[in-house]
Design a protein around this ligand. Structure first.
Ligand code: AMP
Ligand code: ZN
Length: 113
């Protein structure tokens, strides 16, 4: 399978890693939208949020358990941060491997555009 984030997860394509263990990887986005912009991915290939099931949701929960630790390690403070998941073309998902954007270091508008 030709998947950019699988290639990053298995080390075939280099990335600026900020956290890694056997289940997940967090690395700096190549085109940052904020002073802190990290992508957090499961190492296993899950195409998108539509494919989260009872069987694989453990890794999604695990990502969310790790988010506070990753955010703190990046120096994110109590001003806050934003977690974004784009699912599908209408939402702008350009890489079809489930990932969560962790954005911080500036103010974010809401409602989303
Ligand atoms: P999305 O548009 O939600 O699918 O997010 C994909 C993200 O991956 C974008 O923010 C891209 O800037 C980022 N990206 C694409 N290629 C790389 C890469 N080789 N290393 C790090 N980030 C990447
Ligand atoms: Zn993949």
């Amino acid at each position: 399978m030709d998947c950019l984030f699988c290639a990053i997860a298995n080390g075939d394509i280099p990335s600026q890693k900020v956290y890694e263990d056997d289940k997940i990887l967090a690395f700096k986005d190549i085109d940052p939208q904020a002073p802190v912009h990290v992508l957090i991915i499961p190492k296993q290939h899950i195409k998108w949020a539509f494919d989260i099931t009872q069987k694989n949701s453990g890794v999604v929960a695990y990502i969310f358990e790790k988010i506070p630790e990753i955010a703190k390690d990046l120096g994110v403070d109590e001003k806050g941060f934003r977690i974004v998941n784009n699912c599908g073309d209408a939402a702008g998902q350009s890489v079809k491997h489930l990932h969560f954007h962790l954005l911080a270091g500036r103010e974010f508008s809401w409602p989303a555009g």
